[in-house]
Design a protein around this ligand. Structure first.
Ligand SMILES: Nc1ncnc2c1ncn2[C@@H]1O[C@H](COP(=O)(O)OP(=O)(O)O)[C@@H](O)[C@H]1O
Ligand SMILES: [Mg+2]
Length: 1073
């Protein structure tokens, strides 16, 4: 794919046909014109800033570079990143990626591409993704707080950044550490026209949501803030607003809490508003020029936000306390001193906040608990800068760049060439400019500019920037790279462009004129103690924590190290760090000064190519070898490529390497043998070695894998066999146990059967014996009997047995009858008892005798009766047939004699009249209570029954009232209870029937009804119906009346009550039994 692409210019400048500075720049230009911004010099990549977005950073692009060798693809920053990442992962070499170039050349962008490439190619697990996100998100946060628009670059890093990304053995990111170098804090209070303050201020003002803006008491107008330059910021309002959201989100992703984000923004707002504090001369105090805060309201506002008493801050801004040993001298400040203090405070707060943010990010991304880490460092430091007015910051920045150039020279030009010589390789020296002399001018401990500045700052007495310059003029006068008005004048060269308060340094990248104004102050970097103390009083936790030196308990008077010496120390630490890692270079070139795309200004590029030493770089590379390695390391890495060296080489390392090279048949001009190292000329040869190694490794891995699999399988097999033996032993045991149990059970059964059979046989034999014995005994008894009988027959009577039997039988009968006679029951017919019998065979006869005796006893009893008594009993029998078990009164009537004619009508003169009216025999006469048909009340009445009639008569006059012929009676009714109610139901045709049926109460109801019924039977020869019921119907006159007989709920003395409920119902309540 890549091979088919059209190529513009030479991709690797080592291969340039005619090497000169012009051809080199031309090559870059040709490539740049076709948007090929990357070009190699060996493994150094040159990047020319396109100033426009190019479609070469897509995920697809990342995929093509993944696991490809650097030489296989056209130049790309991803190839460098991949090379570094792979060597780190596979060869365990810590890497650093050094990105150098002028301000605006594209270093920061390059560092981001490297980081995003590494993030894209390593693992994708949730934890790795989280770490990657945190690492990547640190960029927008640090850029917001540490970058600003300058004339060179709209997004210029105003701090140096070195980030170590730490990986585990698999090459997956674990976390990292960020080191930051000297923030250009002076920008907080002041910046050149056309530039801007740090991005975050604009982002906060234009992007923060309305409610937060209100809370921070900010206005959405940058022009309201003195620290923000009015003329530029409006342009980027929209971008700043979106960037704010991105930064906020990034902070949260990194792990800042909502509270922390809020605190940070509060401090930013505080700094911004601090710039608006105005001072004025006081006219109240004695000293006319002492200052006071003019807009106290604004001061109150910002102090309220950080929880600080505004008078404390005001005092700190307008006064200064000088502490000398035990004395304290307080002086008031002039307006300009006051402003100086205000700006110093703002810068200081911002600088400390920035350091805090870096530390906070480090806290989130730091790796814990992993001992063996692989590290990839990415250095993105501010680029070389030449402004119109260069100050201390530029001095520091350029010093740093000078040091980086030195590292480059040392590692790619000097070291390499020295190594060839050292190793005894044939080598013609390539000349180059070594900037060690400039570094010495800057950092020499005794005569270096930084050392002198420190000396000046620490010196007692009057110290100013002028005294510092004077000192420089004295010490550095002879230095080739140092110039000032005084030194040029001394040499009678009158350079008008060099002002008196400036000095000039010829850096590797060009001449820079530094204005000494502020050098001493900036190096001292002192904040008035009053201000830090005031800040420590704030209730705002974060701001308080930023000023530990304001703590009164921390009242050390020791001077903190100067900014210059701090920076020097950190740069020297950085250099050590870089030297300990394998360097990868990205050299950025700025094609024009206008930040414009598609413009390639030759002069500018020429200058950069020169000072970067690219030509020398190509020369050294061309003559040199792409790869070198000490023999034992080489042997260790490639010993598997030759049969002789694998698996172990016993001889000298050098010979081993020779054997490998010979085995691979590498042409002799492709390698060289030094004293301690082997040199490989082209990357292609190295590639061949690596390819073979990869192949061989996979073969070896296959062998190891197969051995391991075999061992694993065998181990598993042995384990299984062992287990199988155990299982089969147990199974066999179980099987045998079962079989044994079965056998035992069967044996027992067989045994039992045999024993049973034996026992039965024995029994059978015994029984046989017994039977034989018994038969023998019987036969012998019979025989003996027969013998005896034969012998004694003459002495016995033949029927003696029968006689004896009869005798015994008779005796028993005799005894039975005698006994029976003695124990006969009484003669009462009601006594049904009969003595028991002791002989079973007599039971039949005994029962027969019992029946006979009972019948005889009854007959005897009956024979005693006279005809009258018999008639009485007959009548009683008749009554029992009618009433037994039907009417409750019956049982009481049984012992009562039936007298019949209770009134004795014939004899009693009172009833003479009645007697004469009755012609036939009176069967019943008595006084009854007749129930009135109309109202149910009863009246006493005489009642007679003759052989042909029933008669009702008046009791007092004995006059007949009603006469009923017996033949007219259709039916009789009584109740079930023990009352005396009688109803005579007459036939419809009866003569007395017009009045209806008769209902009356008799005292001898059983007797009356019995006799009347009997009489009716004899006269009519028909059995009249008698109903014994509690509810019946009578006919009164023409109506049918229902008579209900009820038992009273309780005894109440009255025998009977009769109530006519209505014309159809008559209720009779009788006494309870
Ligand atoms: N590879 C690139 N592709 C597109 N634009 C780029 C690239 N590199 C740099 N730039 C542009 O150049 C500007 C400056 O780059 P930057 O990396 O900030 O410079 P430096 O860090 O060297 O000062 C960026 O804001 C961007 O607009
Ligand atoms: Mg930058």
């Amino acid at each position: 794919m890549d091979l088919l692409q059209k190529k513009f210019g030479t991709e690797d400048m080592i291969l340039l046909e005619q090497l000169s500075e012009d051809s080199l720049v031309d090559n870059l230009k040709t490539r740049f014109a076709h948007d090929e911004i990357y070009t190699y010099i060996g493994n150094v990549i040159i990047s020319v800033n396109p100033y426009k977005p190019l479609p070469i950073y897509t995920p697809e692009k990342i995929n093509t570079f993944k696991n490809c060798k650097i030489f296989e693809m056209s130049p790309h920053i991803y190839a460098i990143a991949d090379e570094a990442y792979q060597s780190m992962r596979d060869q365990d070499k810590d890497q650093c990626i050094l990105i150098t170039g002028e301000s605006g050349a594209g270093k920061t962008e390059a560092s981001k591409f490297v980081m995003s490439y590494v993030a894209a190619v390593c693992g994708k697990s949730a934890e790795v993704t989280r770490v990657k996100e945190q690492l990547l998100q640190s960029n927008p946060v640090l850029e917001a707080f540490g970058n600003a628009k300058t004339v060179r670059n709209d997004n210029s890093s105003r701090f140096g950044k070195y980030m170590d990304i730490e990986f585990d053995y698999k090459g997956e990111p674990l976390g990292g550490v960020i080191s930051n170098y000297l923030l250009e804090k002076s920008r907080v209070a002041k910046h050149v026209t056309g530039e801007r303050n740090f991005h975050i201020f604009y982002q906060l003002v234009s992007g923060c949501p309305d409610d937060l803006l209100k809370k921070l008491k900010l206005e959405r107008d940058c022009s309201k803030y003195i620290y923000l330059n009015e003329d530029i910021n409006a342009l980027d309002g929209m971008e700043d607003a979106t960037a704010f959201a991105v930064v906020r989100h990034a902070m949260l992703t990194i792990g800042f809490s909502e509270n922390e984000v809020a605190s940070v923004l509060e401090i930013v707002a505080f700094v911004l508003k601090l710039g608006n504090i105005r001072l004025d001369t006081s006219n109240q105090t004695n000293s006319a020029d002492s200052c006071f805060v003019n807009n106290i309201k604004a001061l109150d506002g910002i102090c309220e936000m950080i929880g600080l008493d505004s008078s404390i801050l005001e005092h700190a801004l307008c006064n200064r306390t000088v502490e000398a040993k035990k004395d304290k001298v307080a002086t008031t400040l002039t307006v300009s001193q006051g402003y100086y203090a205000r700006d110093a405070l703002a810068k200081n707060i911002y600088n400390r906040l920035f350091n805090w943010i870096v530390n906070r990010i480090n806290e989130s991304i730091k790796v814990q608990g992993v001992k063996h880490k692989k590290v990839m460092g990415v250095l993105d430091i501010y680029g070389f800068e030449i402004f119109e007015d260069n100050s201390f910051e530029q001095f520091i920045i350029n010093y740093c760049n000078e040091k980086l150039q030195q590292v480059f020279i040392e590692l790619t030009l000097k070291e390499e060439q020295e190594e060839y010589v050292r190793e005894g390789i044939n080598w013609t020296q390539v000349n180059y400019f070594d900037n060690a002399v400039i570094c010495d001018l800057l950092e020499n401990n005794l005569t270096g500019i930084l050392a002198m500045l420190d000396e000046e700052c620490l010196r007692p007495g009057q110290v100013t920037d002028a005294t510092f310059l004077r000192k420089l003029n004295k010490v550095c006068a002879g230095h080739k790279h140092f110039e000032s008005k005084e030194t040029t004048n001394a040499r009678h060269i009158y350079d008008k462009t060099l002002p008196a308060n400036c000095f000039q340094i010829k850096h590797y990248a060009g001449k820079v004129t530094y204005n000494t104004t502020g050098f001493v102050d900036k190096n001292n970097d002192l904040l008035f103690r009053d201000l830090s103390k005031a800040m420590f009083c704030a209730k705002h936790a974060l701001i308080k924590s930023l000023f530990p030196d304001g703590d009164p308990r921390n009242s050390s008077l020791k001077r903190p190290p100067t900014a210059g010496s701090q920076f020097r120390a950190s740069v020297s630490f950085l250099m050590k760090n870089l030297h300990s890692k394998n360097p990868n270079y990205i050299r950025c070139i700025k094609p024009n000064d206008r930040k414009a795309p598609s413009i390639f200004t030759d002069a500018i590029v020429h200058q950069q190519v020169q000072y970067l030493g690219l030509l020398e770089n190509v020369r050294v590379r061309r003559a040199g070898f792409a790869y070198r390695q000490v023999y034992d390391q080489f042997l260790k890495r490639y010993k598997m490529l030759s049969k002789e060296t694998w698996p172990k080489w016993e001889g000298k390392d050098r010979d081993g390497v020779l054997a490998i090279v010979a085995a691979l048949q590498i042409p002799s001009d492709e390698y060289a043998f030094g004293r301690t190292k082997v040199f490989i000329r082209t990357p292609q040869s190295l590639l061949l070695l690596e390819e073979r190694r990869k192949q061989r490794l996979s073969e070896l891995v296959t062998i190891i894998q197969s051995m391991f699999r075999c061992w694993k399988c065998r181990r598993e097999f042995l384990k299984m066999r062992e287990s199988q033996i155990v299982i089969s032993a147990w199974y066999k045991r179980h099987l045998e146990q079962n079989r044994y149990r079965q056998k035992k059970a069967s044996t027992l059964i067989i045994q039992a059967y045999i024993r049973g059979w034996k026992a039965r046989r024995q029994l059978h034999e015994l029984k046989q014996d017994k039977r034989l014995n018994a038969a023998a005994a019987t036969i012998s008894a019979f025989w003996k009997g027969y013998q005896v009988r034969k012998e004694y027959r003459k002495y016995f009577r033949t029927d003696a047995t029968r006689i004896i039997c009869n005798f015994i039988y008779l005796k028993i009968l005799q005894a039975y009858f005698k006994g029976l006679k003695k124990s006969l029951p009484s003669m009462s017919p009601s006594d049904k008892s009969w003595p028991p019998v002791h002989y079973k065979y007599l039971t039949g006869m005994h029962q027969e005798l019992r029946k006979i005796f009972y019948a005889w006893k009854c007959k005897k009893y009956r024979e005693q009766f006279t005809p009258e008594k018999k008639a009485i009993f007959e009548e009683k029998l008749y009554a029992s047939e009618l009433f037994k078990d039907k009417k409750a009164l019956y049982l009481r009537s049984v012992p009562q004699r039936f007298q019949g004619d209770y009134l004795d009508v014939k004899k009693n003169p009172k009833y003479q009249k009645l007697s004469s009216a009755v012609d036939s025999q009176i069967i019943v006469s008595e006084t009854v209570d007749k129930i009135n048909r109309s109202n149910g009340k009863s009246t006493p009445m005489l009642f007679l029954v003759t052989k042909s009639h029933c008669i009702f008569a008046d009791p007092s006059s004995a006059k007949t009232k009603d006469v009923i012929s017996l033949t007219d009676i259709a039916q009789l009714s009584t109740s079930k209870y023990s009352d005396g109610i009688i109803a005579l139901h007459l036939k419809q045709s009866a003569t007395a029937g017009s009045k209806g049926d008769f209902l009356f109460i008799s005292n001898h109801v059983i007797e009356v009804v019995t006799k009347l019924h009997r009489m009716l039977l004899t006269t009519t020869k028909e059995k009249v119906n008698l109903q014994t019921v509690n509810e019946f119907t009578v006919r009164f006159k023409k109506d049918n009346v229902s008579v209900k007989v009820m038992e009273a709920a309780e005894r109440n003395g009255t025998k009977l009550t009769c109530k006519k409920k209505n014309s159809h119902t008559l209720e009779i309540t009788v006494q309870k039994e």
